[in-house]
Design a protein around this ligand. Structure first.
Ligand SMILES: O=P(O)(O)OP(=O)(O)OP(=O)(O)OC[C@H]1O[C@@H](n2cnc3c(O)ncnc32)[C@H](O)[C@@H]1O
Ligand SMILES: [Mg+2]
Length: 194
């Protein structure tokens, strides 16, 4: 039996990756936008609290199980910034282009360009689920000043994987999903749901 699930996100890049990742796992996936769920507040300083809030919000408004993702890029020389603030690093309105510009400018004076993507997923069976299912994933890379590639979203044109010699925007969708923080987290989550 397929189980209906709400993806508690408005980010088109994430939704595309989740549709690819979840297509094989027996869930009928609906973005929260299909149910007119507005964006939830993300007031917290931890990924897990923001993800839990987003999942509960979507589940409360739809009456369905919900999966939320809170993620970001954490840059070591910047003390882990932009981290939980990745989506709005350069302020409102959200803009990948301005976020990337600010990241490159802030890092220009630093030799250490190492960074990692981090993703927490939270699944709730209902809005007040006392046992949310939580999984995370991490993907190490290096921030490069020149944009490369047209795939992915967000910081992908500047997130370089030394072992592949490519930025994550240069990867085929399947390759990104196989390696990414989100792919790792989703496989761990699905294992916990079995
Ligand atoms: O909250 P929702 O609606 O899911 O969408 P969002 O874009 O606001 O998502 P987050 O609050 O979790 O912020 C995550 C940001 O981190 C960045 N990010 C996360 N995963 C990424 C990935 O796989 N590739 C590139 N950038 C990523 C990107 O800038 C995202 O906007
Ligand atoms: Mg957000």
């Amino acid at each position: 039996m397929t189980q209906k699930l709400i993806l508690a996100s408005n980010n088109a890049g994430k939704l595309k990756e989740f549709n690819e990742l979840l297509s094989t796992v027996g869930f009928e996936v609906h973005a929260q936008g299909e149910y007119d769920v507005p964006e939830a507040e993300e007031p917290y300083f931890t990924f897990v609290e923001n993800a839990l809030t987003k999942a509960r919000h979507a589940s409360r408004l739809t009456g369905l199980p919900a999966l939320a993702d809170d993620s970001g890029v954490c840059v070591n020389a910047l003390g882990g910034a932009p981290g939980v603030f990745s989506a709005r690093f350069a302020g409102e309105p959200k803009s990948d282009a301005r976020n990337n510009e600010k990241l490159i400018a802030d890092l220009a004076a630093h030799d250490d360009k190492s960074a990692y993507y981090y993703c927490v997923l939270v699944f709730v069976r209902h809005a007040d689920d006392p046992q949310p299912v939580i999984a995370d994933g991490r993907w190490n890379g290096v921030i490069v000043p020149e944009a490369r590639g047209a795939g992915g979203f967000g910081y992908d044109p500047h997130f370089f994987i030394p072992e592949l010699g490519k930025c994550t925007a240069e990867l085929a969708p399947e390759e990104k999903n196989r390696l990414s923080h989100r792919g790792q987290a989703l496989r761990a989550l699905v294992d916990k749901l079995k």
